[in-house]
Design a protein around this ligand. Structure first.
Ligand code: PEP
Ligand code: MN
Length: 337
């Protein structure tokens, strides 16, 4: 960390900042310049909370040299991580993982038929929300624990590991009994208490990017999970909110190669929530693979027109089957170039 003083800062102010740094157990190294003095801060193992320093008289700005996300950063962990969840591997050198299934678990029959359909067409993991974060309270809120049972049953029937969303700390223990991967949704990306607790659970976590989260906020959220000793985190880009209304969100595909540069964690893309529009899901899924996503998450429903949630962005069996075939051809091409 570097503390830059105002050019008018007095020697006493520089001294006061130096003292404050030393009270924090760190070393302050004043660097006098022709216009102003800067103070280098040494000895920190990770990100330093600068709130007290920033407020001291004479301080112009505080520049963080080490990142607030240390454990997820490549600076501290140069090799790419492979995250394994119930035998499915996400990461460099692995074929992209296809996670598919309905937005919500609606019934036993719906889930069994969705599982069959996605398995038949080559998905490696089954999704389905039992606790749903809906924008309005009058929309279908999910079947809760009953939904978890149907999801597990359907996954077991087809030999597919299952992923489902956790919204509250109190749900973690139960969901861990039914699901192989816990999903932290976009709306909870900065629910820091939830992040800490899923970190303690030790279960693999798929962490979705928040609705308006910057990359730094996204990686810092992942840092919470890793800080609790859980390294099995898969990041998920699912579109961010912009001024554009023609799509549900704006898919920020540049984060895929960018995050691959910045972090060792795998990253997958959810083109369903990113676009909100069935016809755009296939093209953006393919684009995601081209830019290096380690997997994609696709909403698939046996009968999208009757879906209780997100039907407009859900593929039916036939469309999903075509997409998976196209993705396989694309993947073959990509490994050959
Ligand atoms: C979901 O995947 O079911 C979901 C609600 O997604 P998001 O958190 O990205 O909106
Ligand atoms: Mn959905």
């Amino acid at each position: 960390m570097l503390i830059v003083m105002h050019h008018s800062a007095t020697d006493e102010q520089v001294q006061a900042v130096t003292n404050a740094v030393e009270i924090m157990g760190l070393t302050a190294e004043p660097i006098p310049g022709s216009l102003r003095t800067a103070i280098g801060v040494l000895g920190n193992q990770g990100y330093v909370d600068d709130t007290t320093i920033r407020e001291l008289p004479g301080v112009r700005e505080v520049i963080h040299v080490s990142k607030p996300y240390k454990l997820v950063s490549r600076d501290f962990h140069p090799d790419s991580s492979i995250v394994e969840a119930a035998g499915v591997k996400f990461g460099d050198g692995q074929p992209p993982v296809i996670i598919a299934g309905p937005c919500s678990v609606e019934s036993e029959v719906q889930m069994l038929s969705a599982a069959r359909l996605v398995k038949e067409n080559g998905a490696q993991m089954l999704r389905g929300g039992a606790f749903k974060p809906r924008t309005g309270p009058h929309s279908f809120q999910g079947l809760g624990v009953e939904g978890l049972k149907y999801l597990r049953q359907a996954g077991d029937a087809e030999g597919l590991p299952v992923i489902t969303e956790v919204m509250r700390i109190e749900q973690i223990e139960t969901i861990c009994r039914y699901a192989d991967v816990l999903q932290v949704g976009a709306r909870n990306m900065q629910n820091f208490d939830l992040l800490k607790e899923v970190g303690k659970s030790g279960h693999p976590i798929l962490l979705k990017r928040g609705l308006s989260a910057t990359i730094e906020e996204f990686l810092s959220a992942a840092e919470y999970i890793l800080s609790e000793g859980n390294p099995r985190v898969i990041l998920c880009e699912r579109g961010i909110r912009t001024f554009e209304k023609a799509t549900r969100n704006t898919l920020d595909l540049s984060v895929v190669p960018l995050i691959r540069e910045m972090s060792h964690l795998p990253i997958v893309v959810d083109p369903s929530h990113a676009t909100g529009k069935r016809s755009l899901v296939g093209p953006m899924a393919k684009a995601a693979i081209v830019v290096g996503a380690h997997g994609i998450m696709i909403e698939v429903h046996p009968n999208p027109d009757q879906a209780l949630c997100d039907g407009a962005q859900s593929l039916n069996g036939e469309d999903f089957s075509k997409l998976v075939a196209e993705l396989a051809r694309l993947q073959n091409f990509l490994v050959s170039v």
